[in-house]
Structure formats: structure tokens, C-alpha cells
Write a protein that binds this ligand. Structure first.
Ligand code: FMN
Length: 387
């Protein structure tokens, strides 16, 4: 086993082991990828204030997210096609999360279905839903999540249409995928990945095929996807979804304070400040820059989480210090999954946990819940001063 010391190590192995089409799918932002890049580089512009001779023994990273106990305030974000990064990838990621004591959020566009993940795990997970037009499908999706005892629903509001990712178009990564001679040749070189894929029956969108009307096989999926995403979505429609789900609700994909206030008004329990990992509006602010103005707008009306760009425990610490109650990670755990399956997701969580714990200590704190802005040096105008 190679010595893994950081998330970048996992990313390098992921790239080697997984077909290019799926690695690229993970490692892309939309259009010029400006927002994708700045999601990570903006974290580097914030500095941590080192303190010394402060008792750092007996530390705790334990916290709560939407009232649920967590070993650290980090959740695994919903990621479509996770089951193509590693066979049965959603089940592997959910198992790693439950053993570690952090929430796992399953994507609507997952390969393993809600029922599959529920049957193969022992703790409740969160269910992400897209805001689709098909009322019947949406009602059943919420009902299926309820039957599977999901402990929260996550409505993603930043994908009324799909941001263009050049690599996916070039690689034929669509729903359903269009395999070319080149992509098939590449897949044949990823031997371990291929052998594991041959052994699983889960190779298609498990929450859609057989569940959405008219989608009985992979070939009918393309039309359904094109027609289903609701470009006329508004907050009234989101209120209708709220009525379909009576459990804890999280609204994901907020980057503007005005939208954060709207989310408070629909009765959500938490919001995720997120630009979808830089995959939607290219040129949008990085999440970490967008966080403080949103915190100022919502105050303590709602719990605020953040994702997009988290690659280390130091990043988590910075987001917490700026007011987020928790962070979600997307690519950071997918790299681990592609690199080493469930053990790789566990490794990603261990890396982030250790970095968070030690950096918190070096900033003079012993309890992650007590971390505040005082540990940071933030450049003037970092979050505001825009014309
Ligand atoms: C490959 C990939 C697929 C994703 N699929 C979904 C999805 O199905 N639903 C969703 O709400 N967000 C999806 N996201 C966004 C993530 O939930 C999360 O917001 C993002 O990954 C955070 O950025 P990070 O990857 O830099 O941590 C996806 C992100 C990636 C990288």
C-alpha cells in the first residue's frame, strides 16, 4: 500500500486506476473552469493565526449537523455516477462514512439505488433530490427516501440546466454514455476497475431506470433527462417539495445572500453555500468568498454549511472559522474511492480529520465548536467590496 499523506496522493492514484472518461467527469469545472480553480485557490489566500503555549490536550472534533451527532463537521456530498468510479461506489462511500461517523448524501443520479444503499448500510443517510418537473417521480422519490429511513432530504437548486463541461462532451460522457473506440481501449487498460465492474450488476442510474415513467432501459434515459430538469423552477415550486418531505430539509447550491434568505423562508433546516464544485456558473464566486456575506444576511436563522474546493482539514477549519457549521466534500472522497474503494474513502476522511484536529490545536483551540474568526487573517475585501 502506498504511503498516503494527503488528498493529492489519492487524486494521483485515482487518475491512474479509473478510466479517463470518469476521472475527467470528476475533475472538471464548467467552461473555462475559473470558478473550479478559485474554489481551491481562494482558500490559500486566507491565513491561520498560530498560537503557542495554550493547552492543546484532550481535543474534540465532535459536533452536530442538523441535530445529528458527527465525529467531525464534514459530510460526503452527493456525487452523480459514483458507482462508475469504483464498482458499487455509493455503497462503499456510505459504509466508509457510517464507520467514520459522518453523514453520507446519496445523489439522485447515483448508480446504486436508494434501496440498494439502505440494504447495505446500517445507519440512515441523506438523500439528494434534483428539482425535476415530473411530479409523480418527485413524490415517489421522496416516498422512497422515507421508506429507506433517510434522515434528511437535500434539494439541489443550482441545476435547472447543466453547465457545459468540455471534457464530458469530448469524452462522450452523457446519459447514457456514448462509448468510442478510444474510451473502450482506455477502459481495457484499467484492469482492476474493469474486473470489479464485471462483477457487479449495478452499472446504470439506479434511482431512475425502472422508476421514472417511460425509462425502462438505459437507452430511454437521454430523452427523460433532457426533458426533466425544470428551467422554470421558482421558490413556490420548492415550497411544494417541502410539503412532499416532512423530515429535515437542506437546500444546496446557494451562493447569493438573497437566495439564502429565500431558503430560510421555505422552511429549510440548513443551506449549503455551494457552486456545485465549479460545475455550473463559471465566473461565479468561490464558495469560501461567498460565505461571509451569506452569514451576515441569515445570522442564526438557519444552519449554514459550505462545499466546493475543500481539499484539506485546514480548508474545513477556515470555513468553520468564517461561520459555517459544517463542510461537505465531493472530489476529495471521490479521489479516495477511485484510488482504493471503501478504504480510500476512509483514508480521505482520516487525512482531513487529522489535518483539522492538528491545525485547530496549533491555532490554540481544543473544541471544533469553539473555533471562530479570531484564528484567521483574511485579506481586506476578500468577501466584498464589489461594484
Ligand atoms: C463528479 C461530480 C458529480 C456531482 N454530482 C452531483 C449530484 O448528482 N448532485 C448534487 O447535488 N451535486 C453534485 N455534485 C456537486 C457536489 O455535491 C458538491 O457540491 C461538489 O463536489 C463540492 O465541490 P468539491 O468537489 O470541490 O468538494 C457533483 C460534483 C462532482 C465533482
Amino acid at each position: 500500500m502506498p504511503v498516503i499523506t494527503n488528498i493529492d496522493d489519492l487524486k494521483r492514484i485515482h487518475r491512474r486506476r479509473v478510466p479517463k472518461m470518469f476521472y475527467d467527469y470528476c475533475e472538471s469545472g464548467s467552461w473555462s473552469e475559473q470558478t473550479f480553480r478559485e474554489n481551491t485557490s481562494d482558500f490559500d489566500k486566507i491565513y491561520l493565526r498560530q498560537r503557542v503555549a495554550i493547552d492543546m490536550a484532550n481535543r474534540s472534533t465532535k459536533s452536530q449537523l442538523i441535530g445529528q451527532d458527527v465525529a467531525m463537521p464534514v459530510a460526503l456530498a452527493p456525487v452523480g455516477l459514483t458507482g462508475m468510479q469504483s464498482a458499487d461506489g455509493e455503497i462503499k462511500a456510505a459504509r466508509a462514512a457510517e464507520k467514520f461517523g459522518v453523514p453520507y448524501c446519496l445523489s439522485t443520479m447515483s448508480i446504486c439505488s436508494i434501496e440498494d444503499v439502505a440494504e447495505n448500510t446500517t445507519k440512515p443517510f441523506w438523500m439528494q433530490v434534483y428539482t425535476l418537473k415530473d411530479d409523480d417521480y418527485m413524490t415517489r422519490l421522496f416516498d422512497r427516501a422515507k421508506a429507506a429511513k433517510c434522515s434528511a432530504a437535500v434539494i439541489t437548486v443550482d441545476l435547472q440546466l447543466l453547465g457545459q463541461r468540455h471534457k464530458d462532451l469530448k469524452n462522450g460522457l452523457s446519459a447514457p454514455p456514448k462509448f468510442t473506440a478510444k474510451s473502450i481501449a482506455d477502459m481495457m487498460t484499467k484492469v482492476t476497475w474493469g474486473l470489479e465492474m464485471l462483477q457487479t450488476k449495478r452499472r446504470f442510474f439506479g434511482n431512475i431506470v425502472g422508476h421514472a415513467h417511460g425509462v425502462t432501459d438505459p437507452s430511454s434515459l437521454g430523452n427523460w433527462t433532457n426533458e426533466s430538469f425544470d428551467q422554470s423552477l421558482n421558490w413556490d415550486r420548492i415550497r411544494e417539495f417541502r410539503k412532499m418531505w416532512d423530515g429535515p430539509l437542506i437546500i444546496k447550491g446557494i451562493i447569493d445572500p438573497r437566495d439564502a434568505l429565500e431558503a430560510c423562508n421555505v422552511g429549510a433546516d440548513a443551506i449549503v453555500v455551494s457552486n456545485h464544485g465549479g460545475r455550473q456558473l463559471d465566473g461565479a464566486l468561490s464558495s469560501i468568498r461567498a460565505l461571509e456575506p451569506i452569514m451576515d444576511a441569515v445570522g442564526d436563522k438557519i444552519e449554514v454549511h459550505l462545499d466546493s474546493g475543500i481539499r484539506s482539514g485546514q480548508d474545513v477549519l477556515k470555513a468553520l472559522a468564517l461561520g459555517a457549521k459544517g463542510c461537505w466534500i465531493g472530489r476529495a472522497y471521490v479521489y479516495g474511492l477511485g484510488a482504493m474503494g471503501e478504504a480510500g474513502v476512509t483514508k480521505a476522511l482520516e487525512v482531513i480529520h487529522k489535518e483539522l484536529d492538528m491545525s485547530m490545536a496549533l491555532c490554540g483551540h481544543r473544541d471544533v465548536r469553539g473555533v471562530d474568526r479570531d484564528i484567521l487573517m483574511v485579506p481586506k475585501g476578500f468577501s466584498g467590496d464589489w461594484e
